[in-house]
Design a protein. Structure first.
Length: 120
């Protein structure tokens, strides 16, 4: 199942590229509700290009999947964005069924083997 969240982009981080060929780009959206939240999303691999057309302070609706994984007895949750619409037409935290395939789960072998590198 896919989710959507709307708000204002407050930060767009540079592209991160790893020796394995894996890449990602992160960004933060501030929700517009009584108690606004700063939510960090990531765009994986070719989806990082979605952020090329987005500017900080833009109103957006982000379509994303929730990803969870264990690594070295630590647990991580990531919000993997696969579509970004200009304008905040949806409700913050709304849910919907994906209209297109979500980003496939990455192969853990793509991550650096060094224990000090966090794999996301």
């Amino acid at each position: 199942m896919a989710y959507t969240m709307s708000g204002k982009v407050t930060k767009i981080f540079p592209l991160q590229e790893f020796p394995s060929g894996f890449s990602k780009r992160e960004f933060v959206v501030r929700t517009e509700e009584r108690f606004p939240q700063e939510i960090k999303f990531e765009c994986l691999k070719e989806k990082a290009e979605l952020l090329d057309a987005v500017k900080e302070e833009a109103e957006v609706t982000v379509h994303f999947d929730i990803r969870g994984r264990e690594w070295n007895d630590r647990y991580f949750v990531n919000l993997a964005a696969w579509k970004i619409d200009a304008g905040a037409g949806g409700k913050a935290g709304g849910r919907e069924v994906a209209e297109e395939p979500a980003v496939p789960a990455e192969d853990p072998a793509e991550y650096p083997a060094d224990d000090e590198d966090i794999p996301f």
